[in-house]
Every structure is written in C-alpha cells, then in structure tokens.
Ligand binder design. Structure first.
Ligand SMILES: [Zn+2]
Length: 426
C-alpha cells in the first residue's frame, strides 16, 4: 500500500488555502488518519509541470545526461512529465528507439517520459521517418520533431504535416532557415558585428514560421513552433491564430530573461540556439506569452559536458540547462511582474503542454477530486542562489549560476508518489 499525503493549508493556484488529500494515486475527498501530513502554509499547489521540449541525451550521450539524471532534474523542477527530443545517438526515428527511451523513463520513475519522434530519418531532412510505427508503438508518439535541425524542405514538411493527421499528431518545428544561418553564432545585430561573431538573423526564424503556418493552413494540420525568440515571430503567430490556423508556440525561460548583450562576455554558457535576442525581443516574447499568442513555456533543457562548453565561443555547443530553474524564471519574469497569475502559469506549464502533446488523460489535469495526483508544491517567497554543482543533471551548463532566483520547489508528486520532498529527491 502506497503512502498517502494530507497537504494542509495549501493555496491551489494561488487561491484560498485548503487541504489536498493524495491517496491511491489520485486526489481524494476528505481526510485520512493514516496519511502523512505536510504543512503547506504559504505554499502554492500547481498541477505537475509538463515540458514539451527536453533533451535527455540517452541513448548515445550518457556523458551529458541520462534518462534517469534528466528526470531527476525534472522532478526537482516540479515536472511530472517531459517530452524527450529525438536528436539522440541513434536518432529516435524508429519504434525501437522511442520504446527504449519510454521504458528507461518508466524504470527511472521520477517523471513520465514521452519520446518525441524524428520527422526525418537520422534528422537528415531527406526522407520521412516511420512516423506511423512510432505512433503505434508502446511509446504512443504524438509529437514529431527534428529539433536541433529545421525540416527545411517544404515538400517534406508538407508531407509530415499531412501524415501526422492520421493519428492526431503534431509537427514541432525548429524554425531555422539553414542558408541564412550558416556558421551563425549569436543574434545578428550591431553587437554581433562588433564582437566579430557570425549573426543568426531574426528573419531566419520568422521566414520558416511564416512558411509553416501557411503550410499547416493549406493541409489543415496542426503545427507547433519550438522556442520562438523574436518579436517578428510573435507577430506572425498572432496573425496565424487570428486567421484560424491550428498553430501553437513555445517560449523558453532563457528567452524571457537573458539578452544578446551577454555574448559580449564571450562566455559560451550564453550560447544557445536560437540565440539570446535583443531586449525588445524579450519584451515581445513576454507580452506574447502573457496574451496567449505563445501557448506554453518549454525548457529546451540541453545538457552538455564541460569540454563542449568550456572552450572558445565558436567551438562551443549550443544549449543550456533549464529544468531545475524554469519555474523560478517564470515567476521572476512573468508573475512578479504582474504579467501572469499562478492559474496562468498552470495553463502555460501544465495544461497546455499536456494538450499539445496529447497526454492530457494523465497530465495537465485540474487539482480536483478524482484527478491523478500529479502535484507540485512551490514556495514563491523563498530565494536561492544557483549553484551548478547542486544540479541533478550530469551537466553544469546553467546560465543562471551565481544568480539569486525567487522560489523553490518544495515537493513533487507523480500519481501520489513523492518524487521530491522538502526540496530533495525523495
Ligand atoms: Zn531547437
């Protein structure tokens, strides 16, 4: 018999304090003598967070992250489900690989792992992968992405959008026009010229998003835009939604807080794809997330071993850790600024990503009696200084090291089982 928990005096989505009983994997009615009592005075309860964009690196780059280490980091960040991107070695482009990742997630048990299937064989952009076989596999793949690379060929993109309709899937596009970004290192602007680093222009992202929303409209399919980072991208998605296109979009925590000015340090900890943009872009992305043009926050958690980051800028890998700091960054940039309330955070970090990934039978559920007990308890009044050495990730590439961030995940429950208690892995 599993432990049950009585969470006392918790503010669900920031509302009036109440009690929550977690029993037999669900939120139960009333009270229980046997339940372990947690005094949650001052804490907020949110539905377990769902990340639509995580790199777990296994199979193939277990020096950077494993399914187990990445899902430990996820649980510590308040997540109960993550979608694992397909750019592993081998690439997750067959039923065999996605089932392997899915099984590793179940064995680790820290949060549910939903594998993302590659759109094209080997992420090579030449031939469609076995999308149907991945959808029919035990992993039930519904999100397909060549993330890390753009599905650039418009014919392949069109065929992928048509194909996934058969099983209610979605193509998640890494929008990067390859010819416009050859050798690109940072946001294109006055600063890239001054620093002598090749520019990654906003138009290379915006041109692909504009094309893809039109393709999605043309074939009547569902499109998701990964890590949208520019003011122009927000405008295009806003226009497409007003037109009735079935498009959703995500923003990453780092694009809500950090700007391209950090490239002036030449510290590759700030090198990411798409790059950190201008302060005006950051403001536009925040406004888009606040008004719902951008549907979700996704971490793009991208672990890299130190030898791939502790080198000169041009040689360094793109990417940043994100799972353990996402909720704090969203609090700092969106909640503490009055742009979102906690219900809005639940929508963008749990309900909406679960809907887009078609996992909302179990995740992204309201905290109500009878629902799965996927819950995070969060203390918004706490502060902490980010120490990379304390991360559960096997990698250390957090751009927030040494920064004081608001908030602390106190506990995470996956189907009523504590994965995190008192801020530590249970
Ligand atoms: Zn990407």
């Amino acid at each position: 018999m599993s432990t049950s928990y009585l969470i006392k005096n918790v503010s669900v989505l920031g509302g009036t304090p109440t009690d929550l009983l977690l029993e037999d994997g669900v939120i139960a009615e009333g009270s229980s003598e046997e339940a372990e009592v947690i005094d949650a005075t001052g804490l907020i309860a949110l539905p377990g967070l769902v990340d639509l964009h995580t790199h777990l690196r296994e199979p193939g780059r277990e020096d950077a992250e494993t399914v187990e280490s990445g899902t430990r980091a996820a649980a510590l960040g308040g997540f109960t489900a993550v979608h694992a991107m397909a750019n592993t070695e081998p690439v997750a482009d067959t039923a065999g690989v996605v089932e392997q990742v899915w099984r590793l997630g179940r064995e680790a048990g820290y949060c549910d792992v939903f594998p993302v299937g590659a759109v094209t064989v080997g992420l090579q952009g030449a031939q469609l992968a076995e999308l149907g076989a991945m959808a029919d596999s035990a992993a039930r793949v519904r999100v397909f992405s060549d993330d890390g690379k753009c599905v650039h060929d418009p014919v392949l993109m069109r065929r992928a959008l048509e194909y996934v309709k058969a099983f209610d899937g979605v193509v998640a596009q890494h929008a990067q026009e390859p010819r416009l970004t050859e050798g690109a290192q940072m946001n294109e602007g006055e600063l890239s010229g001054r620093l002598g680093l090749a520019g990654w222009p906003a138009v290379a992202e915006e041109a692909i998003i504009a094309r893809d929303v039109l393709l999605a409209e043309h074939v009547g399919s569902r499109l998701h835009v990964c890590h949208l980072s520019t003011a122009g991208s927000v405008e295009i998605v806003r226009w497409a939604k007003a037109r009735g296109v079935d498009v959703t979009a995500e923003a990453c925590p780092h694009h809500l807080l950090l700007t391209d000015e950090l490239a002036a340090t030449y510290d590759p900890i700030y090198k990411v794809n798409p790059p950190l943009r201008s302060a005006a872009d950051v403001e536009a992305v925040k406004a888009g997330l606040a008004d719902g043009t951008i549907d979700i926050v996704a971490t793009d958690h991208a672990p890299h071993p130190h030898e791939d980051k502790d080198c000169e800028w041009a040689a360094a890998a793109f990417g940043m850790l994100g799972l353990e700091t996402a909720l704090s960054i969203v609090q700092q940039t969106m909640v503490d600024t009055g742009l979102l309330d906690w219900a809005g955070v639940a929508e963008r970090m749990s309900y909406a990503p679960a809907r887009i990934g078609r996992v909302s039978d179990q995740h992204g559920r309201p905290l109500e009696v009878g629902e799965p007990a996927n819950v995070v308890l969060y203390d918004p009044t706490a502060t902490r200084t980010v120490d990379p050495a304390e991360s559960a990730s096997l990698s250390r590439n957090t751009p927030y090291r040494g920064m004081e961030l608001p908030g602390r995940v106190v506990a995470t429950f996956l189907r009523g089982k504590a994965t995190v208690l008192d801020g530590k892995l249970a």
